[in-house]
Design a protein. Structure first.
Length: 345
């Protein structure tokens, strides 16, 4: 089902923030300091008052969220009527601070993400079906890999699964296009990150005609049903498209060509795709219109400023984990009896 909720004022709320009350940079610094202080207090507690500790974690997370003029989950969510080509890749909507404050936000937020990720994993080991899938899409050089490195810098590798999708192999071509995607889905308690995804199996044949139109068009409904099935089974889905401008992409390409340590990142096919930029924009526009649903919406994130896109993804991830409302699984044995056994050694 497509998300048909319209904006009250069209596209203005995504691109025009001049008339809105802004959070002052000093206020951002104050909120970040308060959040850090709350986290420090929380880290020092090792008692059994689980509810109190969860409440403090929730309060710290909300302090972090307060630095945004508007929640990215609302501000950047795609709605029918929105146009991909209207998104300014160089903008930083909702975040009134500077790069240094954005990077500080990411560092604090990544620690809280690690806490919630551990909580999610712990519940998964005890039978909870809750898990998360993050889909990262964007044109070449939009910063997908950097997001994974920065946002998840403090998480435990146990519980995080990263997979990049390239052109399908011969084995994958012998199966339904969703076969290789299902193999990489998160297990209970895990977070899976897809660098590209099943959406490539719609966009690429749309642009290059590798499948008949009736075949790839049928995949819109198939993907919606697939994602509906995942959500119903306890999987939270966050779908992000990183919006980079053509000029910024060119800048990154030139850097890759001039830096020997980045030559491995460049491929001639990158320029072939760039030459069909408008076709890609049209194809992705249709993807958003057909597959942004209330249960699995798309977020269009400006990505020229990489610190900003990383901050957005960090905020979306942390608040989604927090909103799961998970608690720590209880001990499934008699603690006193276990202590006696240890004392008797």
């Amino acid at each position: 089902m497509t998300d048909t909720t319209p904006h009250a004022d069209g596209h203005a709320n995504k691109n025009d923030h001049k008339d809105k009350k802004k959070t002052e940079p000093k206020q951002i610094g104050k909120a970040l300091r308060k959040a850090e202080h709350g986290i420090e207090i929380l880290e020092k507690r090792h008692d059994d008052d689980i509810e109190y500790r969860l409440e403090r974690a929730d309060a710290s997370s909300k302090l972090l969220s307060s630095v945004w003029d508007e929640p990215p989950a609302e501000l950047l969510r795609f709605h029918l009527g929105d146009r991909l080509t209207d998104v300014d890749g160089g903008s930083t909507p909702g975040f009134p601070g500077n790069k240094a404050q954005g990077e500080r936000f990411i560092a604090i937020s990544s620690g809280e993400i690690a806490r919630y990720q551990q909580l999610l994993y712990a519940n998964g080991t005890k039978g909870s079906p809750r898990r998360m899938l993050i889909v990262l899409q964007g044109m070449d050089a939009s910063g997908k890999g950097g997001i994974v490195r920065h946002v998840f810098s403090q998480t435990d590798p146990m519980g995080i699964h990263y997979h990049g999708f390239g052109a399908p192999t011969k084995e994958e071509q012998a199966h339904d296009y969703l076969w290789r995607v299902r193999r990489e889905l998160p297990k209970p308690g895990w977070i899976s990150l897809f660098d590209r995804s099943h959406y490539e199996d719609i966009v690429m044949p749309h642009i290059y005609g590798t499948f008949p139109e009736d075949v790839w068009r049928a995949r819109y409904d198939q993907v919606n049903a697939f994602e509906h099935e995942l959500v119903d089974s306890g999987c939270t889905i966050i779908k992000i498209f990183l919006v980079i401008t053509k000029d910024k992409q060119k800048e990154h390409f030139l850097t890759r060509l001039s830096d020997p340590t980045k030559h491995w990142k460049f491929d001639v096919s990158d320029l072939d795709a760039r030459a069909r930029w408008n076709e890609y924009m049209d194809a992705w526009q249709e993807v958003f219109e057909k597959t942004s649903t209330p249960e699995a919406p798309w977020y269009l994130v400006p990505a020229d400023n990489r610190w900003y896109s990383r901050a957005v993804v960090s905020e979306l991830l942390r608040t989604s984990l927090r909103d799961m409302g998970l608690s720590w699984p209880p001990l499934n044995c008699d603690a006193d009896a276990m202590r006696r056994r240890l004392d008797e050694e």
